[in-house]
Design a protein around this ligand. Structure first.
Ligand code: URA
Length: 238
């Protein structure tokens, strides 16, 4: 790991602390590196080896952030938007960091698991049509799903005349206006358009799982948390 300047390390790992704030903390003798007070902002450290503490609290070094957000309806999956609130605005200060963006999109009226990260490589994998990371959705429909629809979805249906979809799994629930759909790609409004093609309408859509990582049911809509190590490993393994 390349060495990093101490003020950059502190402000990079503590989103609410600017580079100048970091210098102030250092001047006041509030920062220790491996247990020793360090006052020089240009002190160089190996972020993966040194233990840095501010006011006695150890800062866990994270090269990238991976955030699970339970997206509510009415916000868009974008970094910024002139009109509509974005998922980024829902993040608490301690989870904010420049460079974060949503890895994949949920429609404005869809809810559930949105993944935010600043790891471009992982995001690319999530979005790439070749990696086929499965994403599972709970769907409520206007009308009961007919029995022939699972086979149709499973065979890779064509939507809007010429758009060929990859095979998708459909599990009809009881009552049969509810189901789970698992996609291995992410076309624009895909689930809504798949059901439109079989003369039905989606009235509620919630993403519950991305690549085997399940939306934490302790997160209320609008709440976010960091992914745990094992969850990150799951995603990276794709
Ligand atoms: N399919 C849709 O139609 N909308 C979503 O938000 C996700 C999948």
């Amino acid at each position: 790991m390349p060495l990093m300047r101490l003020d950059k390390f502190i402000s990079g790992q503590m989103p609410s602390v600017s580079r100048n704030d970091a210098k102030e903390l250092l001047k006041k003798g509030l920062v220790t590196v491996d247990g020793v007070v360090e006052k020089h902002y240009d002190f160089k450290l190996d972020p993966e080896k040194s233990v840095v503490a501010v006011s006695g609290n150890v800062i866990t070094y994270r090269e990238y952030l991976y955030i699970m957000l339970n997206k509510p309806s009415g916000v868009v999956c974008a970094v910024r938007d002139r009109i509509t609130p974005t998922v980024m605005e829902l993040l608490p200060p301690e989870l904010r960091r420049p460079g974060l963006f949503p890895a994949g999109r949920l429609d404005k009226d869809s809810v559930g698991f949105a993944l935010l990260t600043d790891d471009g490589e992982l995001a690319h994998k999530m979005l790439s049509p070749v990696s086929h990371v499965p994403k599972k959705y709970f769907v409520r429909l206007e009308k009961p799903v007919s029995e022939d629809v699972p086979e149709l979805f499973g065979s890779g249906m064509t939507i809007d005349g010429n758009e060929k979809c990859l095979p998708a799994e459909l599990e009809i629930l009881n009552p049969n206006i509810e189901c789970f759909v698992t996609l291995h790609e992410g076309k624009y409004h895909q689930i809504k358009r798949m059901f439109q093609a079989v003369d039905n309408t989606v009235v509620y859509l919630k993403r519950t799982t991305i690549g085997g990582v399940i939306l934490d049911d302790k997160l209320s809509e609008g709440e976010a948390r960091l992914l745990e190590e094992n969850e990150i490993k799951f995603l990276i393994s794709y």
